[in-house]
Design a protein around this ligand. Structure first.
Ligand code: AGP
Length: 590
């Protein structure tokens, strides 16, 4: 399970009592601890590799978590949205917590149920009915050896059906070397497992439909969830990654909240300039964010390439808010920019996907994206969740500064919450993208055009193609082509054009004119436009329809076909999509 990314790991075994060994850092640290302090060899055990969401990667925050009476050990994947209220309720009962995690709340709740005499499965069902958010939970009870229960909502859980032994896991990779017979659990289901029996119910104890299947993947493919590349797996994880990033962003009173954002509201109200600093794909997410943040907050927002930022002697003051975006949280160029900004007394907010990384640690506040580990060097779900997190920041600033009414904010949040299934709709059209990629497998150059938030999408599409297919690819503002670059256009040159939704301004019509300009010079136009946009049809050699979304949110759906195109083309060319030549996942040198 190591490939899934981890910042800590742990195991618990039941041998009369529950014994736990857990350690921050690489799994080798846990191995060393187990060598030093071995666990008994026994038939009931749970183990976990953590990708931190709530609470940094420390020994105490590592899973498994144990109820305060030592009876229950529990592990968890996902985000429990209502953990704060449940934690307060348990603390009011005198329960003492030993970690900062949302997970421990579930362990303590289950401990309370069992102490009241509940059976392990009934107790877990009671707990699951109280949790909001996304979770896969697995638990053992010291008084019920040889048995474990597991439950899932919006997070994967599979059962491995062995011979005289059974397994539960978030991923078949955990047990594929022992058995290929598996059962996929459905939404809001619980499984009660012993070495001889597997019983599946819903969260009320009623019967549940199960989906047995035979795992046909080998171990390596299993790590990729059956996909050929981690990148492709991560492209398909985007609906869930965006949904998870948006989870838990409301207070019980309905206000937008960013729980890690510990900058006083008065300071945020005094901000008179925002500077976004990042590299590569993260920089393009910042370019998208600029349009949204300026539109919602009316605060000037600059976007800077991190490696350029501190050398241009930027104008920074204590009322400047610097926002850094980084998937890895370790990019040296971005880190140096933060240090420069803080020396100039600016406040720094990090948008990051890696809990406890250097960049969030050196920032004043952080908004974590919850994309889960991104293994492919080319960033995909990292980008979409960065854009979603930037929208959250813009809306939050608008709320704090009174620049938007609550209902306006809720309208945008509701539209954001509705985007994951729209992203899935785009993913379901992979067949068309495969056909387009096959048509251009020998092309030597591709251009990408866009306007407004479509321009950073064009830049990101070009970067994906450079990184993966080693092709000359370039993104332009659609209106800029006629000022020189149009000289590049020749017969059959493929040009992707991101067309904005048909709306109140001339943005759409201007882009249609730009398409005509390049077609008149022989370009082959691949047009991405919203469903029903018949105006672009006469000028599109290939038309890829996008789900309808508002202008500012279009990057969440328009970027996906470009990611898929680059992935398909590189695959057809026989290149290593996950580890392209010359690149590294995290560039920790300046
Ligand atoms: C994205 O596909 C690239 N691998 C690269 O541009 C990356 O986005 C950039 O290096 C920034 O990385 P970070 O988000 O981890 O800071």
């Amino acid at each position: 399970m190591e490939y899934r990314g981890y910042d800590s790991a742990g195991v618990a075994v039941l041998d009369g009592t529950i014994q736990v060994r857990k350690k921050a850092g690489k799994i080798a640290n846990l191995d060393a601890l187990l060598a030093q302090s071995p666990l008994p060899d026994t038939g009931t055990a749970i183990g976990h590799t953590r990708w931190a969401t709530h609470g940094g990667p420390t020994d105490s925050n590592a899973h498994p978590h144990v109820s305060s009476d030592g009876r229950v050990a529990l592990i968890h994947n996902g985000i429990i949205e209502n953990f704060a209220a449940l934690r307060a309720e348990l603390q009011a009962q005198g329960i003492e917590f030993s970690s900062e995690t949302d997970t421990e709340v579930a362990a303590q709740l289950l401990g309370v149920e069992l102490a009241k005499g509940a059976d392990l499965a009934d107790g877990m069902r009671t707990v699951c009915r109280r949790l909001a958010g996304a979770f896969t939970l697995v638990a053992i009870d010291a008084l019920q050896p040889g048995r474990l229960v597991a439950a899932r909502r919006n997070s994967p859980l599979v059962v491995g059906v062995g011979d005289g032994e059974n397994f539960v896991a978030s991923d078949v990779a955990a047990f594929i070397e022992f058995t290929r017979s598996a059962i996929e659990l459905g939404q809001d289901q619980l499984v009660d497992v012993t070495a001889e029996s597997i019983t599946v119910t819903d969260f009320f104890g009623g019967p549940a439909e199960t989906h047995p299947f035979e795992v046909t993947w080998d171990t390596s493919a299993a790590e990729k969830g059956g996909y050929d590349w981690f990148m492709r797996k991560e492209i398909y994880e985007q609906p869930k990654a965006v949904a998870d990033t948006l989870l838990g962003r409301y207070t019980p009173e309905g206000a937008l909240t960013l729980d890690e954002l510990r900058i006083p509201e008065a300071e945020l109200r005094s901000v008179d300039k925002i500077i976004i600093v990042a590299c590569g794909t993260a920089y393009y997410a910042g370019l998208v964010a600029k349009y949204a943040i300026e539109h919602w907050t009316r605060v000037p927002c600059e976007v800077e390439i991190a490696s350029e930022f501190r050398y241009r002697d930027p104008i920074i003051s204590p009322t400047t808010l610097v926002v850094t975006i980084s998937q890895s949280g370790e990019t040296a160029d971005t880190l140096m920019a933060i240090r420069h900004a803080r020396e100039q007394k600016a406040k720094v907010i990090a948008i990051c996907n890696t809990n406890g990384a250097t960049i969030p640690r050196e920032s004043d506040a952080v908004i974590y994206t919850h994309a889960g580990p991104e293994i492919g060097v080319a960033s995909t779900k990292g980008f979409l969740t960065q854009v979603a997190a930037c929208y959250l920041l813009g809306l939050y600033l608008a709320q704090v500064r009174g620049a938007m009414f609550d209902d306006e904010i809720h309208n945008v949040m509701n539209e954001l919450a509705a985007t994951p299934p729209l992203i899935q709709e785009v993913l379901d059209r992979i067949g068309q993208i495969r056909e387009v990629a096959a048509r251009f497998v020998d092309t030597r150059s591709v251009l990408f055009l866009g306007r407004h938030v479509g321009y950073p999408v064009a830049l990101e599409g070009a970067l994906k193609l450079k990184e993966l297919a080693y092709l000359h690819a370039e993104g332009f503002p659609a209106g800029e082509l006629k000022h020189g670059p149009i000289a590049l256009v020749e017969d059959q040159l493929p040009i992707f054009v991101v067309v904005p939704p048909q709306g109140r301004d001339q943005l759409h019509d201007k882009v249609v004119s730009n398409i005509q300009e390049v077609r008149a010079r022989g370009a082959l136009t691949i047009v991405l436009a919203e469903e029903g946009d018949v105006e672009v049809e006469p000028y599109a050699d290939i038309l890829f329809s996008l789900p309808k979304v508002s202008t500012l949110l279009q990057p969440l759906v328009a970027t996906v076909p470009l990611q898929m195109f680059a992935c398909e083309l590189a695959t057809l060319k026989g290149f290593d999509v996950d580890q392209p030549r010359n690149l590294a996942k995290s560039v920790t040198v300046e």
